[in-house]
Design a protein around this ligand. Structure first.
Ligand code: G6P
Length: 364
């Protein structure tokens, strides 16, 4: 590959390390402090149109789909527009009802994923408005969409996506803030989110400094045959993405579940050989999440928590800096990218090119 490795052994490590800089780039020049909003030049959506949107449907594959799930939550929270994300590959095969009041958002790092492109083309044929949240400038999905925003993560070479995931979620936070300020988000909440966004690059660097500790933990858990990842509401898509990351690079089986659903099945799997990674933000669900940790501990499960404070019931906690509740998911997945990386390294995997996977799936 033609990109400079900058002293890193793998592109995955390099790309994880570049995240503060990348987030800085997606924010640059877009914040409007006077109106507590952000400007997204290429959106191509007038305020009047934005006010008439009644639903948002986000379509993507793999990691981009997970970024879209967090994006849907951000849009619901900040703009109060009912939103959800669906794998583009599923959407295009179920003859979906295409509704004129729904705004469709296609999300893709490469901008070339065939299932996403085909979904966009089908939507456009039916007269829908489609925006793109895309990393590669001038890519097929970016060209096909009616407008949208670039993610500005820079080139991503490793097959598994890290910095682009983070930047995509930040791009969704910008879109949510923009839509929110056209609709019902107050000036003070707009300012609160902007301040939170500005804190992200520094907080990402703080997280990256804990790498030696995460490396130790990864070695400790690398003998697991299978791992459970749990989170609730904001933490759930973070758990899903972390579980995908681990299985992609380390080939350890991993499954993500909402912490609230533990008692409806996964508790049966808990035993010392089946560790759980739990996303435990300091938000209004903290006590609920703690109760889930207790349930797991009572069944002798090993627990690694990612939290804003040390969790007593966990065997280990990776403590991450707190941001605004809505923006916490952007930070909480980052230590688990390093966890997946160091697990794969300990197991001697081909980190940048995991078996059977491709960076961009441009065929059906
Ligand atoms: C492939 C890659 C994933 C990626 C997905 C979607 O499966 O291995 O890392 O998340 O495609 O790619 P896109 O370029 O559309 O984000």
């Amino acid at each position: 590959e033609s990109y400079d490795m900058g002293g890193h052994d793998t592109y995955m490590h390099k790309e994880i390390a570049e995240q503060a800089e990348a987030v800085d780039r997606v924010l640059r020049g877009r914040i409007d402090d006077r109106f507590a909003t952000v400007h997204l030049g290429g959106l191509n959506l007038e305020p009047g149109e934005a006010r008439r949107v009644r639903r948002i449907k986000i379509l993507g594959c793999g990691t981009s789909y997970h970024a879209g799930q967090i994006g849907a939550q951000l849009i619901e929270e900040l703009a109060r527009i009912p939103s959800d994300a669906e794998p583009a590959s599923e959407f295009r095969y179920r003859n979906p009802v295409v509704d004129p009041d729904t705004l469709y958002v296609a999300v893709s790092q490469s901008g070339e994923t065939y299932d996403v492109l085909a979904a966009v083309q089908e939507l456009k044929r039916k007269g829908a408005r489609v925006l793109g949240v895309v990393n590669v400038v001038g890519s097929a999905i970016a060209r096909e969409a009616d407008g949208g925003t670039y993610v500005h993560a820079g080139p991503e070479v490793c097959v598994v996506s890290t910095k682009c995931f983070t930047n995509t979620v930040v791009a969704f936070a910008l879109l949510a803030l923009h839509l929110g300020r056209i609709r019902d988000l107050s000036v003070s909440d707009g300012k609160r989110i902007i301040e939170g966004l500005r804190r992200l690059p520094g907080q990402i660097d703080e997280i990256l400094k804990t790498e030696p500790e995460i490396k130790k933990l990864a070695r400790e858990y690398a003998d697991a045959k299978s791992m459970l990842f749990i989170g609730r509401v904001r933490g759930y898509p973070v758990a899903r993405e972390a579980s995908l990351k681990l299985k992609e690079v380390s080939y350890i089986h991993a499954e993500a579940y909402p912490a609230s659903e533990l008692k409806h099945g996964p508790l049966a799997l808990i035993e010392p050989a089946m560790p759980t990674v739990a996303i435990v933000p300091d938000d209004d669900l903290l006590e609920k999440n703690r109760a889930a940790l207790e349930e797991i501990k009572a069944r002798s499960g090993r627990i690694l928590a990612v939290a804003h404070q040390v969790q007593e019931k966990a065997d280990h906690t990776i403590v991450v800096p707190k941001n605004e509740d809505e923006l916490d998911p952007i930070l909480m997945g980052i230590p688990l990218q390093l966890f997946a990386y160091h697990t794969a390294l300990a197991l001697g995997r081909d980190i940048d090119k995991p078996r059977n996977l491709a960076k961009s799936v441009t065929v059906e």
